[in-house]
Design a binder for this molecule. Sequence first.
Ligand SMILES: [Zn+2]
Length: 231
Amino acid sequence: MPPRALSLQQRPPAQGGRRVRAILQGSTRPSPLSAARASEPLTLRLPLASVGSAPPTNLLPACTRCGSLGFNLHQRDWRQIKDPQCPRVLVVRHVCKRCGRARRAYPPGVGAGRQSDGLRQLSVVLYWLGLSYLGVRAALADLGCALSCTSIRRNVADAHQATGWPPASSRLDLQPAGSGVLRGRDGLVCLRLEQTTNAARFLVVQIAPGPNAAHLRWRLHEAAGWLARAA
Ligand SMILES: [Zn+2]
């Protein structure tokens, strides 16, 4: 496949305020010339869970030990997390006024584990796209977030156990070639992350025309369905 087949056009950022789950669209404009469309790269945008800047300030749920609703703010800490775009988040520790039990509150998109929800989703989507675990690791490093094969494998297994997705699938001949490009006998794909607002970010995938482009598109639509169900 000639290198010029991957003509990466910058897409303008989406308008803010659009529903995240509703956004999955090909950027290829409708054209009466279907033959011309088949020769253009296809762009898909998959919504990923974003990371909030601070824990929600609304009422905390009752203390799990004594049922009290009263808490004192104990401390705020910056915590390093694994996420391609957000290296640290603010975590707030509260202490129950009655029994002294402590608990932490996390920003949206982050939990007690080190990885953000968005990174977990991203690793599962890349695996489903047909990359090997080593390939997912390299693609994530390209996108700015190193993650071990062990963590990637666990993310895929956890997702499957919790949601039944992804189903078992074949690996494709696609290898990370740097800068978000995946290349192999099964096609040519370019990945990048796009943050449109604090509350919305996307994995933008461009698929170059080729014999397997329709199959890659189908895999990404399946992934988008899973992300929408998880949102
Ligand atoms: Zn308590």
